[in-house]
Design a protein around this ligand. Structure first.
Ligand code: NIG
Ligand code: FE
Length: 400
């Protein structure tokens, strides 16, 4: 058994529903002077120190004084499987070049495709492992990661395997960009659906598509997603990043798990999403990194949409693995309260990954995934902008 004792505060999303929406998103249960007791990989009990039962047997005790505990953070949208870097492009963008122009000129995503193909199985495995260790240090105990920088059969499958081996939840982003060896998006999809999907469906849990001008249009996205759904995969979409190109109506029609980005979403999209069960995954680090408008987070929550927060960690549009920083951006840039931000990157993110019954809460029976904050108040998760707020994590009952 592992006992975290004398925690200054413990904070966990309230209620039992997932995803949380409307006013329930901001309801956090806070216990002062708290403990968490873990038995093996599961949480056995949480409560106030004065209610701690007498324990016999082998108990490893951790002094939590001066620290707060929140559920292990859940990053439901990353692109952690890539080779190389885009630091050169980053420097060009700092000088004024635009992300979409670089992409259209064969840089951007396609330059990472070249580097990822060159990395090989071992290089990819090492890269995902390194990125996973960064995430863990930032308090993330569960991460999803997408392929999408291989775009050939071997590199896509190798990416999905590397993600699995690092303990991530793999998503096949087979429709991220059209690789240079194909004349157009339709011909590429002919290949991807015939030659990659059958194997990818055995490795991935979900499929994702970049529905955007310069990538895949709504007709192509529908074709890809329907084939993936028929192969048993859950569905996700990158949508409304630069233009509203029909991602929200398509996500709702196909009962996708989520539609992610939404920086360009207008009032109709907000209404449509709010009256559906599709989660809007907001990626404010990506908007910041590209100096783009922030997603309409407050309007989505007020309209009753279910929202989650994620990093979008990738080499081009969000070289950021920190969910605490994303919570800070949520509070300062899009006016989500620290409580709403916490629920959005724990229980609601867990829902996007189909795991809200197991992770995202500090409650008996949930996985013993706990993020410890070096802070006298749990809201430092969002308050400490870019600081070293994570003191450590417990993952599956093990202190890391
Ligand atoms: O979510 N928008 C598409 N894909 C990624 C970025 C990929 C890249 O720039 O390498 C995103 O922002
Ligand atoms: Fe993304």
């Amino acid at each position: 058994m592992l006992l975290l004792r004398d925690l200054t505060q413990l904070a966990t999303p309230a209620g039992i529903d997932a995803p949380l929406r409307g006013s329930a998103l901001g309801e956090v249960e806070v216990i002062e002077d708290a403990f968490v007791l873990c038995e093996g990989a599961a949480i056995a009990a949480v409560g106030r120190m004065r209610d701690l039962p007498a324990l016999d047997g082998d108990v490893h005790e951790v002094d939590g004084s001066g620290m707060c505990a929140v559920p292990g953070l859940v990053d439901c949208h990353t692109h952690a499987a890539f080779g190389g870097s885009r630091v050169d492009e980053f420097s060009l963008r700092a000088g004024g070049a635009s992300y979409e122009e670089l992409h259209a000129a064969g840089g951007g995503i396609l330059s990472t495709v070249r580097a990822t193909r060159e990395a090989g199985d071992d290089g990819l495995r090492a890269a995902v492992e390194r990125h996973r260790s960064w995430m863990l240090r930032a308090g993330t105990t569960t991460f999803e990661a997408k392929s999408g920088y291989g775009l050939d059969r071997d590199t896509e499958l190798s990416s999905l395997r590397a993600i699995r081996e690092a303990g991530g939840i793999p998503t096949w982003l087979g429709a991220h960009a059209v690789p240079p060896e194909f004349a157009d998006a339709d011909t590429y999809l002919d290949f991807a659906l015939a030659d990659v999907l059958p194997e990818a469906a055995k490795l991935a849990e979900a499929a994702d598509v970049f529905l955007e001008r310069g990538a895949f249009d709504a007709t192509q996205a529908r074709r890809y997603l329907e084939a993936c759904r028929d192969a048993g995969l859950a569905l996700r979409l990158h949508g409304d990043q630069f233009t509203e190109s029909g991602a929200i109506p398509l996500a709702v029609e196909l009962s996708a798990r989520s539609v992610d980005h939404l920086e360009a979403t207008g009032e109709d999209g907000i209404r449509t999403l709010a009256s559906s069960d599709v989660v809007g995954v907001l990626l404010p680090a990506s908007a910041l990194f590209l100096d783009r408008p922030m997603p309409p987070a407050r309007a989505l929550v007020e309209a009753g949409a279910a929202v989650a927060l994620a990093t979008d960690f990738n080499p081009g549009s969000a070289f950021c693995e920190s969910l605490p920083l994303v919570c800070s951006l949520a509070a300062t840039q899009v006016h989500l309260s620290p409580a709403e931000a916490l629920a959005a990157c724990t229980v609601n993110a867990a829902h996007v990954l189909g795991r809200a019954d197991r992770i995202g809460r500090l409650a008996p029976g949930y996985r013993a995934d706990i993020t410890l904050l070096d802070a006298p108040d749990w809201r430092y998760l969002a308050y400490h902008l870019g600081g070293r707020v994570v003191a450590g994590v417990v993952a599956g009952g093990e202190l890391r």
